[in-house]
Design a protein around this ligand. Structure first.
Ligand code: FAD
Length: 285
């Protein structure tokens, strides 16, 4: 097998973790190569919340303004019962005293933001897509990585001084490093994700977490700065407070939702929520 490329460090996975690691290594003067199995990086996913410690890392990489242009700072986690009545709220981000905000953002847009930064700073050759890493071996001076080119089926080899596994929840590298651990355990919860653009229903930029007595949860929060700017006066829908009075929402909104069955997915479609995935499919998390 011919080695087609060598780098200081090889990062397996061009997701949020892998791309951020690439930017951090580059900032430290180390040149990484990212190997990503997807043939094309596309803005997949829905909502994700970045806690202050993660936002701090992106700030130190000079990406805070870019992040603020995409996402929405979350100022509160509002816990509600199954009828939408607020039980209690917990301040988040700077409202909770952190130096950095918590950001709610579209996962795919965040990934594309990171990819843009990697391409600008490290060059387009720093990320190789369509490369599925299958194995690695330690050598006298580093590591050799074995992969497959998903377009041609050809074998590829890469050498580096170090290898970083950022290949997600079903990590190949983790399985190779810890073969005795077996697959991850599923806790039995099925999560459905969806997104829609409508009037806001939560006060300010709260992440609303509602649960009923059947242990079904509904999580909803805004993820889009652009949608918020399109609907600056939105706010006709509202959570009711413990006193039954409507709480005034702040702006545009998104939906993310978790449930247990297909009926939950149908209910979401019924209110116009576009689901992240084929209708009726079940996606264990
Ligand atoms: C398509 C997608 C959609 C998601 N949507 C959401 C969401 O809506 N909300 C949420 O909270 N979380 C979501 N997640 C999970 C979330 O992105 C991660 O849990 C979190 O960001 C941690 O990032 P990560 O870089 O460790 O993993 P990930 O973001 O999962 O990235 C891992 C990357 O590694 C690549 N990869 C995997 N195996 C190999 C291999 N053998 N060789 C090369 N590359 C490999 C994958 O293609 C992927 O791009 C999603 C993940 C993915 C992949």
């Amino acid at each position: 097998m011919a080695t087609t490329h060598s780098a200081d460090v090889i990062i397996v996975g061009g997701g949020i973790g892998g791309l951020t690691a690439a930017l951090s290594l580059h900032a430290a003067g180390i040149e990484p190569l990212v190997l990503e199995s997807a043939r094309e990086v596309r803005p997949l996913g829905v909502g994700i919340n970045l806690q202050p410690a993660a936002v701090r890392e992106l700030d130190e990489l000079g990406l805070l303004d870019d992040l603020a242009a995409l996402g929405v700072p979350a100022v509160e986690h509002a816990f509600a019962d199954g009828r939408g009545r607020t039980l209690f709220g917990e301040a988040r981000g700077t409202a909770a005293g952190y130096h950095w905000p918590q950001f709610s953002v579209h996962r795919g847009e965040l990934q594309m933001m990171l990819l843009d930064a990697v391409v600008k700073r490290l060059g387009p050759e720093a990320v190789r897509t369509g490369v599925q890493v299958e194995d690695f071996e330690e050598t006298a001076d580093g590591v050799r990585v074995h992969a497959v080119d998903r377009s041609t089926g050809g074998r590829l080899g890469f050498s580096a001084e170090a290898l970083v596994g950022a290949d997600g929840i079903h990590s190949t590298l983790r399985a190779l490093l810890h073969p005795d651990q077996g697959p991850l355990q599923w806790n039995g919860v099925t999560m459905w994700r969806g997104v829609t653009e409508e009037d806001a229903f939560a006060p300010g930029n709260a992440v609303v977490i509602a649960a009923d007595d059947k242990n079904t949860q509904f999580v909803a929060y805004q993820i889009s700065r652009a949608a918020l700017d399109r609907r600056p006066h939105a706010g006709q829908l509202g959570l009711s407070g413990a006193d039954g009075r409507a709480r005034r929402p702040g702006g545009g909104r998104q939906l993310e939702r978790s449930g247990h069955d297909r009926g939950s997915a149908a209910a979401l479609r019924g209110v116009g929520v576009r689901l992240d995935g084929p209708a009726g499919s079940v996606r264990p998390q």
